[in-house]
Design a protein around this ligand. Structure first.
Ligand code: NAD
Ligand code: MG
Length: 478
C-alpha cells in the first residue's frame, strides 16, 4: 500500500449563497409550504444546511394547477422554436453558474466536487442543449408533436441535478409542463434550478418544484390532473407507483435499480480494466443505479486482477467532498449508511471474504470505506440485492457462456460492462446480455444523445436521445 502525501485543495464554498430556509416553487414564485419544514444536511459533516418547506396535498394541488394553466395557455401553444430559446437560455445559465451548482451539489449530496464539477453539471447543461435542439424538430421525432400535458416527476438523491435535467429537459422541449419533487436529502440544487428558471424568464408555471418526502411524492403521482408520471428511485417505490397509476390514463416511465455485471475476460488490458472496475463501483460512492456492483472475472486472471484492484483501491482518497483531490465522498444519509452496513454484515455472515481499503475516515459525517467481497456465490444476498454503496461483489467464471449466464442471473437489467481485446467477443457477449446499456472497455459513460433505461425490474421506458422523446409525446409508444 502506498499513501501519497498531498496538500488539501478545498474548493471555496463562498461561491454559493445557501439560504437558511427555502419555500416551494409554484407558478414562478417561491411560496410557503403548508407541511412541516424539514432540514437538509451536509452528509460529510452533519451540518444543517437549510430548512426546506414540505408540500402537503394542497400545495401539490396548487402546483399541478399552475402547471396545467401554463400548459394550456402558453407552453404547449408556443412554437417549438420559441420553447427552444428558453431551453438554450437555461443551458447557458447552467454553464455560467456551473461552479455554484457543483459546490451546492457536493455540499448537499456528499459527492466529490471533482465529480459534481466534471461529470454532473456538464452533462446537465448538455441535456438542456440537446433537447433544446429537438424542440423545433419534433415532426422528425417519430412520435408526433403533441405533448402529453402535465408531468409529475419524482427523483432520487444520487444525482439530484442530473436526474432533474433528464426529466425536465425532454418534457419541456415537447411542450409539457412539470411538477418535480426532488429527494428529501438533496433538495437544494433543484431550488437553485428554480432560480435559474426565473433568471431565464421561463413563463410562470412551466416548472414547479415541490419539496418533501414520500408522502409528497405519493400525492403528486396520484393527482388526477397529472397526465404523465416519471420516476427514478428504488424498485420498491417504483412498484408502488405502478400500482397507484394502474387503471388510470396516466403514462408512466420508471428508472429503477440495478445490479450490473462488469465482466473481465483474461485477454483484457488489466490495468485499464481495473480503472473501469473502480470507476464502475466507486464513482459517486456507488450510489449509482447502473453501478458495476458485480465483478465477474475470468478464473485464469482472477488472482492478478484482485491484486491490482486492491492496490488501486488503497490509493483512493476518501474524505472531504469539497477537496479537489477527493475520489470518494460521503454516504448520502445515515439511513443509506445503515443499509450498506447491514448488507455488508450479511455478506460476511454468508461466508464471503471482506476486504476494505485501508483509509482513515473522518469522525463526523457518514462514511464507508471502498470495500470488496471475494468468494461470492450467486445465491448470496450481496450478489442479488442492490447495495447502493461502495461495495463490490467478486465472482469468477470460466467460459463466455458461463459469464453471460451469471450476468443475466438477476432480477435487474439496467447495465453491464465487458472487458476484452476481442471485438467479436464484445459483440457476441453484449448481444446476449439482458441489459439496457452495455459498455465495452469502459464504464459509466453518459451522453444526452444515447438512450438509457432498463429491462425487467430495472424499469420501463428510456431517457435520453430521440427515444427519450417518446415519454413526453402523445405518439410515443409508452
Ligand atoms: P426511494 O425510491 O425511496 O426514493 C426516491 C424518490 O421517491 C424520493 O424523492 C422519495 O421521496 C420518493 N418517494 C418515496 N416514497 C414514495 C412514494 N410512495 N410515492 C412517490 N414517491 C415516493 O429511494 P431511497 O429510499 O432514497 O433509497 C432506497 C433504495 O433505493 C436505495 O438503497 C437504493 O438501492 C435505491 N435507489 C435507487 C436509485 C436509482 O437511481 N435507481 C436511486 C436512489 C435509490
Ligand atoms: Mg442533504
Amino acid at each position: 500500500m502506498s499513501v501519497f502525501e498531498y496538500a488539501p485543495a478545498p474548493e471555496s464554498r463562498a461561491v454559493v449563497d445557501v439560504k437558511p430556509s427555502y419555500g416551494l416553487f409554484i407558478g414562478g414564485e417561491f411560496v410557503d409550504g403548508h407541511g412541516t419544514p424539514f432540514k437538509t444536511v451536509n452528509p460529510a459533516t452533519e451540518e444543517v444546511l437549510s430548512e426546506v418547506a414540505e408540500a402537503d396535498a394542497a400545495d401539490v394541488e396548487a402546483a399541478v394547477k399552475a402547471a396545467r394553466r401554463a400548459h394550456d395557455r402558453t407552453w404547449s401553444r408556443m412554437p417549438g422554436a420559441e420553447r427552444a430559446k428558453y431551453l438554450y437560455r437555461i443551458a447557458r445559465i447552467i454553464q455560467e453558474r456551473s461552479r455554484e451548482l457543483a459546490v451546492l451539489e457536493s455540499l448537499d449530496n456528499g459527492k466529490p466536487i471533482r465529480e459534481a464539477r466534471d461529470v454532473d453539471v456538464p452533462i446537465v447543461a448538455a441535456h438542456f442543449f440537446y433537447y433544446a435542439g429537438w424542440a423545433d424538430k419534433l415532426e422528425w421525432s417519430g412520435y408526433g408533436t403533441t405533448p402529453i400535458g402535465v408531468a409529475g416527476q419524482v427523483i432520487p438523491w444520487n444525482f439530484p441535478l442530473l436526474m432533474l435535467a433528464w426529466k425536465v429537459a425532454p418534457a419541456l422541449a415537447c411542450g409539457n409542463t412539470v411538477v418535480l419533487k426532488p429527494a428529501e436529502t438533496t433538495p437544494l440544487t433543484a431550488l437553485l434550478f428554480a432560480e435559474i428558471c426565473q433568471q431565464a424568464d421561463l413563463p410562470a408555471g412551466v416548472v414547479n418544484i415541490v419539496t418533501g418526502a414520500g408522502a409528497t411524492g405519493q400525492a403528486l403521482v396520484a393527482h388526477p390532473d397529472v397526465d404523465k408520471v416519471a420516476f427514478t428511485g428504488s424498485t420498491e417505490v417504483g412498484k408502488a407507483i405502478a400500482r397507484t397509476v394502474a387503471g388510470t390514463s396516466k403514462k408512466v416511465t420508471l428508472e429503477l435499480g440495478g445490479k450490473a455485471a462488469n465482466i473481465v475476460f483474461d485477454d483484457a488490458p488489466l490495468d485499464e480494466a481495473v480503472e473501469g472496475i473502480v470507476d464502475g463501483i466507486f464513482f459517486n460512492q456507488g450510489h449509482v443505479c447502473c453501478a458495476g456492483s458485480r465483478l465477474l472475472v475470468q478464473e485464469s486472471v482472477a488472482e492478478e486482477v484482485l491484486a491490482r484492484l486492491k492496490r488501486r483501491m488503497a490509493t483512493l482518497r476518501v474524505g472531504d467532498p469539497l477537496d479537489k483531490n477527493t475520489d470518494v465522498g460521503a454516504i448520502n444519509s445515515a439511513e443509506q449508511l445503515a443499509r450498506i452496513r447491514e448488507l455488508s454484515a450479511i455478506g460476511e455472515q454468508e461466508g464471503a471474504g471482506r476486504w476494505s481499503a485501508p483509509c482513515e475516515l473522518p469522525d463526523r459525517g457518514f462514511w464507508f470505506p471502498p470495500t470488496l467481497f471475494t468468494g461470492v456465490s450467486q445465491a448470496h444476498r450481496i450478489a442479488r440485492e442492490e447495495i447502493f454503496g461502495p461495495v463490490l461483489s467478486v465472482l469468477t467464471f470460466r467460459t463466455p457462456s458461463e459469464a453471460v449466464e451469471k450476468a443475466n442471473n438477476t432480477p435487474y437489467g439496467l447495465s453491464a460492462g465487458v472487458w476484452t481485446e476481442k471485438g467479436s467477443r464484445i459483440l457476441h457477449v453484449a448481444s446476449q446480455l439482458k441489459a439496457g446499456v452495455v459498455w465495452a472497455n469502459t464504464f459509466n459513460k453518459f451522453d444526452p444523445t444515447s438512450p438509457f433505461g432498463g429491462y425487467k425490474e430495472s424499469g420501463q421506458g428510456r431517457e435520453g436521445g430521440r427515444h427519450g422523446l417518446a415519454a413526453y409525446l402523445k405518439g410515443g409508444d409508452l
